[in-house]
Design a protein around this ligand. Sequence first.
Ligand code: GCB
Length: 592
Amino acid sequence: MKNIFKILLSFMLAAPAIVSAQNVITNIYGRDVQSLGGKWDAIIDPYDQGRRNEIYMNRTPQGKTDFYEYSFTGGQRLNVPSDWNSQTPELKYYEGTVWYARRFDVQENAGERLFLYFGAVSYRCRVYLNGEEIGRHEGGFTPFQFDVTGKVKPADNFLAIEVNNTRTPDAIPAMNFDWWNYGGITRDVFLVYMPQVFIEDYFVRLDKDSATAITATVKLSNPVEGEKVRVEIPELKIDRTVTTDVHGVAEVSFEAKKLVRWSPENPCLYRVMVSSTTDRVEETIGFRNIRVEDEEIILNDKPIFAKSISFHEEIPQRMGRAFSEADAVMLLSEAKALGCNMIRLAHYPQNEYTVRLAERMGFMLWEEIPVWQGIDFGNVETRAKAGNMISEMVMRDRNRCALTFWGVANETQPSPARNEFLRTLISQVRALDDTRLIVAAFDNVFFTREAGRFTMDDPFHKELDVVAVNKYMGWYHPWPVTPDKAVWDVARGKPLIVSEFGGEALYGVTGSPDTVSSWSEEYQITLYRDNLRMFENIPNLRGTSPWVLFDFRSPYRFHPVNQNGWNRKGLVSDQGQRKKAWYIMKDYYDNK
Ligand code: GCB
């Protein structure tokens, strides 16, 4: 376990100080935070001239001959958290730089250490505090923080963030992806008050193969030896104190005889407190076992079928990114109504409100980083970015027992560079957390006349715990045989999830049930019925995840009448109406 922290430390040391953020404090929502949410001043900078002109200095004319061609006051104001695209029509399609700025005061009797935390900024940013660059971050869906202890005044601090969402070939995702490229400070921003030595990280989990053995690893912010660390789970009558080693790390294992394990039917969580002499943090944590045995996914000793659905981090009615607890309620309630026990969070780590509420509502989770189709796998910098991203994701959510699958890729094509890239990611994930199943979604499953069946054309699936396939039978692919004859021989010996299937229908459009181009709800019904029939011919099928819960924004869906910038594969329309195929899927899940 301590190796984990060594690996993380080596990442930190390898990175130039200003480029990379530090490890994020575990359970930020359980800490003493001051929100910096609200209206921020904004300057749109399409030609990227703000940095050259040092607008982050926020200078104002002093003498009679001074003048500056910018000001953060009197202009545009943008909400934080939120994407910028949905806030003003001129930013709807914007890809470029926007500067955000605001002032803040520090609370009196503040902690001894102060951090500036961002839940996510899409896609890259530089952060300037009181005229000085304090750090940068790349990656639009994971949290980061900067230590600003000693860098703030009691009042009137000036914070400027240079945010850029330009698509580039070396980014993750890269140039093309089937969702809206929302830019902005899309998640919470906090000042975090901490004591001098604080509990930076903890990982409390059930041992992989035991129904009662819990291990807690706690890491202090400083390598203080001999510090007492206490772990309490009152409902289980657990109260253990251990001392830290030279690295400031303490680990304790104990038996919890009365433990009720978390499951979708009974999403049982326990209050867990972790404390040291100077710090204390608490949250609710659940415990469960997940493993694979031959072709089964075993949750708490019983085979389980993943009744999953995907959604983007988007509220379609608002045409904007989801970012709040209320947004999470809306997305997850609709998944619950469909009868799901799992969410595939497409195609990137979504905000913590969603992850935490999903856990309370009894959804298993599949979380992935946006290694989506055309990634520059041969680029070492891109590989390092993916490594950072996946570490940030795992470190944020590894205390969430709902997290069942870590996804490393979606629809990537075999090549030595791709394989190496994914292997590096998998080993990084396993070093941080070896209690989950590793999965990737493939699209290289094809029907051949010679074999008379569907087979897979990517040997990499052998390196995964669970294999997932996206297959759009009846939409991008016509049926080679009737669904009852569409037999699969894919990844036998392992559990297989059909991680995407579906087709587009415009809500309220009626039409021919056997004509794809009718864009009708009737054709969508046919497509769902046919696919569900085919699933009976997949012997190792252990889960399905239709694409997708809601119609979602996608700039390359060009059909002016039926799409108009929307991917219409939703089972629910952009206005929240359930399409007819929703009832087919609901029935399937209710009887599964
Ligand atoms: C896929 C992708 C997903 C797309 C979907 C589609 O295979 O994984 O991101 O949105 O197909 O609708 O084509």
